[in-house]
Design a protein around this ligand. Structure first.
Ligand SMILES: Cc1cc2nc3c(=O)[nH]c(=O)nc-3n(C[C@H](O)[C@H](O)[C@H](O)COP(=O)(O)OP(=O)(O)OC[C@H]3O[C@@H](n4cnc5c(N)ncnc54)[C@H](O)[C@@H]3O)c2cc1C
Length: 566
């Protein structure tokens, strides 16, 4: 065996300790391949020493949510030794499946929007998303039921959507066209910023960013922005309620987020067969193929610091040394539990207490006899007094009498989720995050009855008599079982004061060698942007280790399936 390398004691030592083949390498000075820093020839194989050193770098990821899994895939593909530590028995976090009595439910996400980002991540890792997961584009993508009267079957087919709008409010057809054109420009202009890190004011004050301001109109809310296009108040809601995907009121959510409804109409709403949990399960399989060590039932209990540099993590089982740490766990909870306040500069306990958090949700996962064949896959009921309903949630922290809700009747398109002759009903009621005004122990039973009454408004008549399986999750369980600060299901709110560089940063500003990924960092909550956060954080981490992150944006070509990769 023959090894050529430049005179460099540090590297040589590192290399010696690294070179594990059990055969004593002979080290020759210099004479190296000009294109590589160092070249190692060992048993006819040629390695770039740089790669070997890098392969020995260890990264720990706290949490196997979609953000953590996507990061693991990219970092392992780059050649790092990656370990994911997950406190729950399974992977996927809020984007996991939950199975009981033959029924399969998504725990959280059911709308899969804009798969392109994940498609590119799969491609960067050598896989083809569309060959691994079957996606169905839904049409109608959802049915909107207005508490004040009227319905709208939202379609990604432009002509069909125009017709549906004409039936509700003929003059608004023109507005729909303007909405479409303006938001296409908005998304095109803003997309590069969503995929860039925001590490300080200078990123915000970039000339190209400032040029976008008239288009983004950040001083307006999504709802007031929609009043520029639509006269009918129902249509204003139809194109602004999507801010609830971020857990925010459309009356307060910055107008930039009108791109959410545009994304639905332009690219569609997808249902992955088997549910969104099937996507994270596939990601975990791929990560494992790429060499990631996924350790479930191993919660991280403490971080080991030298100064403010994280050097490892303690789980309930053992210590893991690392060169870099990625935190995918809920941001505020992770700060309180894992990072001593004296090491935190910007994100002190005081700042965390003053931060604004998203709403929470009251969930019903029901297995029922038979199926409601005439009800759409997704339905959204918007309360007759939506503004009051939102004030109850965000300001008054009380329970509404006519709460809005979202309900999924997935078995009309996906028979894999329930036993023969049965189906699943998933109902989500946005409610206040944990607050002293609401004692869920006391309120749970009453709110369940109200929820069943409300569901009848979406066509689920006699639902209670058909229930064979039932599970309820309140903000209390989101807090205690899913470890979300205040049970806020959509992380930190997306107010202007908590966005871009003002959100906890991807290269975490308070600590060294620590990166954040998931809904609590830039760009924000929701699967497409969470996947974007994994690309941003992976790129920063690789750059900091002196590695090239270029592969993260590859060309998509025909790629092998997991089964075809040895
Ligand atoms: C009810 C609901 C509905 C939603 N619907 C949609 C939707 O339709 N479409 C959409 O795009 N988004 C939706 N979202 C928002 C968002 O996409 C998901 O919540 C997403 O799963 C968040 O991903 P994440 O990577 O930030 O973290 P998470 O999914 O929360 O994963 C974090 C992981 O970290 C683990 N963890 C925490 N602490 C520790 C520790 N100390 N040690 C080890 N592991 C730890 C957790 O167990 C968890 O597995 C929804 C969310 C909820 C709750």
């Amino acid at each position: 065996m023959c090894i050529s390398m430049r005179q460099d004691d540090g590297l040589r030592k590192k290399f010696r300790s690294l070179f594990l083949l059990g055969k004593k390498p002979v080290i020759h000075e210099s004479k190296v391949n000009r294109n590589a820093n160092f070249v190692v020839l060992a048993n006819e194989y040629e390695f770039h020493l740089h790669q070997i050193v890098v392969m020995n770098k260890k990264v720990c990821i706290v949490g196997a949510g979609p953000g953590g899994l996507a990061c693991a895939m990219l970092l392992a593909k780059a050649g790092l030794q990656v370990t994911i530590l997950e406190r729950l028995p399974g992977v996927g976090g809020r984007t996991s499946s939950y199975r009981s009595d033959g029924f399969t439910f998504d725990v959280g996400p059911t709308f899969f929007l804009y798969p392109s980002v994940l498609r590119e991540i799969f491609a960067a890792c050598g896989f083809d998303l569309d060959r691994e997961v079957s996606f169905m584009k839904l049409d109608p993508q959802y049915e909107l039921i207005f508490g004040g009267g009227g319905r709208l079957a939202a379609s990604p087919d432009f002509n069909r959507m125009e017709e549906a709008i004409r039936r509700l409010s003929p003059p608004d057809v023109q507005g729909f066209r303007r909405f479409y054109e303006d938001n296409r420009r908005k998304l095109t202009g803003f997309a590069p910023f969503l995929s860039s890190p925001f590490l300080g004011w200078s990123d915000l004050l970039r000339k190209d960013m400032l040029k976008l301001l008239p288009l983004l109109r950040p001083w307006r809310s999504v709802h007031s922005d929609m009043s520029r296009y639509f006269e009918d108040p129902r249509l204003r809601l139809a194109f602004s309620f999507q801010s609830k995907y971020l857990g925010m009121s459309p009356f307060r959510c910055p107008s930039l987020f009108s791109i959410l409804s545009f994304l639905e109409y332009e690219y569609g709403v997808f249902h992955p067969i088997g549910g969104c949990g099937a996507v994270t399960a596939t990601m975990a399989q791929i990560a494992t193929k790429l060499g990631v060590d996924i350790r479930t039932n191993e919660g991280v209990e403490e971080l080991a610091f030298a100064g403010n540099k994280c050097e490892g993590v303690y789980t309930n089982e053992r210590f893991y040394e690392c060169d870099a740490l990625v935190i995918n766990a809920d941001f505020a909870r992770a700060m309180h539990r894992l990072v001593p306040e004296k090491l935190r500069g910007r994100w002190s306990n005081r700042k965390l207490a003053k931060a604004r958090y998203s709403c929470s949700t009251f969930m019903m996962y029901l297995g029922i006899r038979g199926r409601y064949d005439d009800i759409a896959h997704h339905s959204v009921y918007i309360s007759g007094n939506y503004e009051e309903n939102l004030l109850d949630i965000e300001r008054r922290h009380t329970l509404s009498k006519d709460p809005s809700f979202y309900v999924q009747n997935a078995c009309v398109t996906d028979g894999t989720l329930a036993p023969e002759g049965m189906s699943t009903v998933y109902a989500l009621f946005p409610v206040s995050h944990q607050h002293e005004n609401i004692d869920w122990e006391r309120e749970k039973g009453g709110f369940r009855q109200l929820a069943l009454q409300q569901l009848a408004k979406a066509g689920f008549k006699n639902l209670e008599s058909r229930i064979v399986y039932e599970k309820i999750v309140t903000p209390r369980e989101w807090d205690t079982q899913f470890e979300l600060h205040l049970g806020s299901t959509f992380s930190l709110a997306h107010s202007l004061s908590q966005m871009l560089h003002l959100r906890p940063r991807n290269r975490f500003e308070d600590l060294e060698s620590v990166y954040l990924v998931g809904g609590g960092t830039h760009p924000g909550s929701g699967l497409p942007v969470i996947f974007e956060s994994s690309r941003i954080s992976s790129r920063l981490l690789l750059q900091d280790l002196g590695m090239s992150p270029e592969f993260i944006h590859p060309k998509v070509d025909t790629l092998p399936m997991i089964a075809e990769v040895a």
